[in-house]
Write a new protein. Structure first.
Length: 329
């Protein structure tokens, strides 16, 4: 039997979907952990056969969300399709991966609702409790981040200028699962961090692949920003230990599942990552994590918004009793 990601991709791609109408709402969500003020967001809704499906655009500025609403959404095709053929038609109208990902997620949600099913039911699987990390950007002091998230695991952007004292304190917490270099850093800096945090995944270190002094380091490297499509995995100079699967970056769930399937076939671990989703996109990536990588350091933590703290259990229990893709209305 093909791996789960390969089977899920084929099943979702073949789902029929009927689209009669489309709408898009643009707004912003006040998220204390977002570094640039309220997080701009938009949600596209596809309607057909008495059902609605939603997808979230993860662009970073209000202008790109307005352009999506005003220029792209009015041009999306209607009628009867499969999810895959509709997604291909959308790709002919926009090359922007965030736009394609939002629209494809909405089509998957709508198709599942029209079929009266869920991703798990389609796959004949169950949603397992999800291990997750809370992610902090480089603008947040790492010790402040660890104090703020006092119990769970974290993913932290790296600053090569961390002092030995800061690095020792980060390591002593025992709660850093992933450190993200954002494709930066020099070989000696990579190794210094790895020596302090030997069990953490080293995500997107700089381009010195193969120049490290120990094979143990290479066994902890994971790939994220290098991967905009599934075929990019084959172009890496060395196979990573893991890949961060991000539907938003890759233009949609189908391409993200193709990456996960390619990784599975090569014995490479996967985990699911987010792009600061503040709406339905967050519950959708949580579903993917529950099906594909429940034990990985998934960057899908519940999000705290202004006026409401996030509940952060040891593991996320993901429910999908109602048809659709994630806990969407």
């Amino acid at each position: 039997m093909p791996p789960a990601a390969e089977r899920l991709r084929a099943l979702l791609a073949a789902l029929p979907v009927v689209i009669d109408d489309v709408a898009c709402a643009v707004g912003a969500v006040d998220v204390p952990s977002y570094p640039d003020g309220p997080r701009p967001t938009s949600v596209v809704t596809l309607a057909g056969r008495g059902a609605r499906g939603v997808g979230e655009h993860v662009g970073w500025t209000a202008a790109v969300h307005a352009r999506f609403r005003d220029e792209t959404v009015p041009r999306v095709p209607a009628g009867g399709w499969t999810v895959e053929t509709w997604s291909a038609a959308v790709a002919e109208r926009t090359a922007d991966p965030y736009e394609r990902a939002a629209l494809e997620a909405a089509a998957i949600d709508l198709a599942l609702r029209q079929a009266g099913t869920t991703c798990a039911a389609l796959l004949g699987a169950r949603l397992r409790p999800v291990r997750y990390v809370v992610s902090f950007g480089i603008e947040v002091d790492p010790l402040t981040a660890l104090a703020r998230e006092s119990r769970g695991e974290c993913k932290i952007d790296v600053d090569a200028a961390w002092s030995d004292e800061v690095l020792a304190a980060v390591a002593s917490s025992g709660r850093v699962a992933v450190v993200d270099w954002k494709t930066g850093g020099e070989t000696a800096e990579h190794e210094r961090l790895h020596q302090a945090l030997p069990s953490a995944l080293i995500e997107d270190p700089g381009a010195a692949a193969g120049a490290w002094s120990t094979s143990a380091f290479a066994e902890r490297v994971s790939a994220d920003g290098w991967l905009a499509r599934a075929a990019d995995l084959d172009a890496l100079p060395r196979a990573p230990a893991a890949v961060n699967v991000k539907p938003g970056r890759m233009g949609g769930v189908l391409e993200a599942l193709a990456l996960a399937a390619r990784a599975e076939a090569r014995g490479i671990a996967t985990y699911v990552g987010g792009m600061f989703e503040v709406g339905p996109g967050r519950s959708q990536i949580q579903v993917l994590a529950a099906l594909l990588s429940p034990d990985g350091p998934n960057d899908v933590a519940p999000l705290a918004v202004a006026g409401r703290e996030a509940s952060r259990p040891q593991r996320l229990e993901i429910a999908d009793a109602a048809p659709g893709f994630g806990a969407t209305a």
